[in-house]
Design a protein around this ligand. Structure first.
Ligand code: ZN
Ligand code: ZN
Length: 144
């Protein structure tokens, strides 16, 4: 295969979801753990990828924008799941909007696979936001 082209073709976000291991909230000493308290499921944030590539979900922000951010990586599901959590450097890629000069930084980690964050469309994220992927109960929507 000849090298990747840099053309921005949108890819769908990987749909992998995994339960967050209970130790996670205790394991990571992060400045902004507060949002983790409701984090019972982790979503792979990468664009679709092959099965040998680890899924990856960012666990929070870094202490400074340039500091490594905590990520959860996993492969497999259920009892087969293999996972690790560690802080990894950001992907250095940036996207500059030619019209406005606004620069977007890739929100993934360095050496990630698939597209940069701006090339990934996120259909599942919207569903999560609406509470559609909240677990076992199909009709048990409750207003928070
Ligand atoms: Zn994935
Ligand atoms: Zn990137």
């Amino acid at each position: 295969m000849a090298g990747d082209d840099t053309e921005m073709s949108d890819v769908l976000q990987c749909t992998a979801v995994t339960p967050a291991p209970p130790y996670l909230t205790h394991h990571l000493h992060l400045p902004c753990l507060s949002h983790l308290s409701h984090l019972s499921y982790l979503l792979c944030e990468l664009g679709e990828h092959d099965q040998r590539t680890e899924h990856a979900a960012r666990l929070g922000a870094a202490e400074t924008p340039d500091a490594p951010a905590p990520w959860f990586f996993w492969t497999g599901a259920g009892p087969e799941r293999v996972h690790r959590a560690e802080a990894v450097p950001w992907c250095p890629a940036v996207l500059r909007h030619l019209g406005t000069g606004v620069v977007r930084r890739c929100t993934f980690f360095d050496h990630h696979t698939s597209s940069h964050s701006w090339g990934v469309t996120d259909p599942l994220g919207d569903l999560i936001a609406e509470g559609l992927v909240s677990g076992e109960d199909p009709k048990g929507w409750a207003q928070p």
